[in-house]
Design a protein around this ligand. Structure first.
Ligand code: UDP
Length: 311
């Protein structure tokens, strides 16, 4: 296949480039580099099965020749990034999704939309199955991302139902691993460098809010399987091992040998920050035969090694 990956220079986009190349496909990565970095794909430069195009996908996209699959991963994805880039976040989810779906339709390509557990908002059902419609504040600080992704899902289903495009939607839960941006403000790139510098880890709120962290290779494997499947409705991909942010901080301190502990910063917690989050992955398991394989300790150990070389 010849595959277009938007956001191809980002954290997940660049791992997808590697995965598709390793599976023998050729890859076009598109990115405007507002949160992505060419550092993530520099090892692919010069390959004749890889092409990088610097472009904002909210503008008309022209690709010469065939395209067999389009994966739309362009978007700021950390709360700090999307609050600093609210208009770009709304535009890439809305206008960008429209452009890439138009391209998929014109090329007869299959299409995969990167959606998110944020479509469930601060959930009132736990764990979250795909059938849950969510609890989102459209005008809160996270609304720019949550509603952009909800719109993107609606647009994707419309192109499927109205134009017959072969579309897929993955709802991605918290994912971590090498190539996360040091300064993106998320909990993993905040905690690990703090621990490696021997500083206390900054726990926002009371730290009793929960998340469930998936290692990037497991996520990429699930996305690849979903793209190859016949499913059109959303599928959760994530790791159901849930822990509080305090427990997560203690795990990182233990793995890095950091003795500085934690510092609780109640005021830093962003409004509407979900209190709990854990994917129900029954559908991915039944439909795709997928489940995560990498334990939290194993994934964190690899990620700590990455950040050790970056700080
Ligand atoms: N968080 C924290 N300390 C940090 C960064 C984040 O306690 O230095 C918390 C944040 O308040 C949230 C959780 O960690 O409850 C996950 O935040 P992140 O920004 O990684 O992503 P989210 O899951 O909220 O999209």
């Amino acid at each position: 296949m010849r595959v277009l990956i938007t956001g191809g220079a980002g954290f997940l986009g660049s791992h997808l480039c590697d995965k598709f190349l390793a599976e023998g496909h050729s890859v076009i990565a598109m990115d405007n580099l507002i949160t992505g970095s060419t550092r993530n794909i520099e090892h692919l430069a010069g390959r004749d099965d890889f092409l990088f195009i610097k472009q904002d996908v909210t503008n008309y996209i022209y690709i010469e020749g065939p395209v067999d699959a389009v994966l739309h991963f362009a978007s700021p994805a950390s709360p700090i990034d999307y609050m600093n880039l609210p208009i770009q976040t709304l535009k890439v989810g809305a206008l960008g999704t429209h452009k890439v779906l138009g391209l998929a339709k014109a090329k007869g390509a299959r299409f995969l939309q990167a959606s998110t557990s944020e479509v469930y908002g601060d959930p009132q059902i736990h764990p979250q199955p795909e059938s849950y419609w969510g609890h989102v504040n459209p005008i809160g600080p996270r609304g720019v991302y949550d509603e952009a992704k909800r719109f993107a899902e609606a647009m994707t289903m419309a192109y499927h139902r109205y134009h017959g495009v072969d579309t897929k939607i993955v709802r991605i839960f918290n994912t971590y691993g090498p190539r996360m941006r040091l300064e993106d403000g998320r909990v993993v790139p905040n905690f690990i460098p703090q621990a490696l510098r021997g500083e206390p880890l900054t726990v926002f709120g009371d730290g009793l809010q929960t998340r469930s962290f998936c290692y990037c290779s497991d996520l990429i494997d699930g996305i690849y399987k979903l793209l190859m499947s016949d499913e059109h409705e959303p599928v959760n991909i994530g790791n159901p091992t849930e822990l509080t942010i305090r427990e997560f901080a203690e795990t990182i301190n233990r793995l890095t040998g950091n003795t500085a502990g934690i510092v609780v910063q109640p005021e830093k917690r962003i409004k509407d920050d979900p209190q709990t989050r854990r994917p129900d992955i029954t559908k991915a398991h039944t439909l795709l035969g997928w489940e995560p394989k990498v334990s939290l300790e194993e994934g964190l150990t690899k990620t700590i090694e990455y950040f050790r070389h970056r700080i």
